[in-house]
Design a protein around this ligand. Structure first.
Ligand code: ROI
Length: 159
């Protein structure tokens, strides 16, 4: 089993419910178990400001699925949450990002791992650091150091 980290985000239609249900759905993916879930964090949107604040979290899963099959499952779950691909960086009911997949580096048309936004996003780094304080990411290094160095907008842990 490979340890993979998933970033969750929502700012529409009861974000807390969206994230908690998505955690259960991650646990329901074939050959996959939810191993750890972070607290929920809130913060202002990155991107256009004329949208609600986001709720964010990170989950660690253990999976036997290959990366692209896992991505298919994540996109299926987003679809079940009524995710409609609207304007770039617009509001969304559920976003599931494959952040890390073991120590693999993947550059394919559909999938870049480590996720290219990790180092710049406090809403990814803070929950990731909470559940995996000693984590070393390929190409990026120590999550704790990235988190300390990140100058992104503040996120607040809510529960
Ligand atoms: N901003 C925050 N704070 N959290 C997100 O999950 C998030 N997701 C996005 C964009 C629109 C880039 N902004 C975000 O996709």
């Amino acid at each position: 089993m490979i340890s993979a980290y998933i970033g969750l985000g929502s700012n529409l239609d009861h974000p807390e419910r969206q994230l908690l249900r998505a955690m259960e759905e991650l646990d329901g993916i074939p050959e996959t178990r939810l191993h750890r879930a972070s607290s929920l964090y809130t913060g202002a949107p990155m991107g256009p400001q004329d949208q609600p604040d986001y709720l964010n979290a990170v989950a660690e899963i253990r999976t036997g699925l290959a990366p692209l099959l896992l991505l298919d499952e994540l996109q299926r779950i987003e679809g079940q949450h009524g995710r409609i691909r609207g304007r770039r960086w617009g509001p969304r009911t559920l976003d599931l990002d494959l952040l890390l997949y073991g120590d693999r580096v993947i550059r394919e048309q559909r999938l870049t791992v480590p996720h290219p936004g990790i180092a710049r996003r406090a809403f990814v780094l803070k929950p990731l650091e909470e559940i995996a304080p000693g984590l070393l990411a390929p190409e990026l290094g120590a999550i704790k150091e990235l988190s300390a160095a990140c100058t992104d907008r503040q996120v607040r842990r809510i529960k």
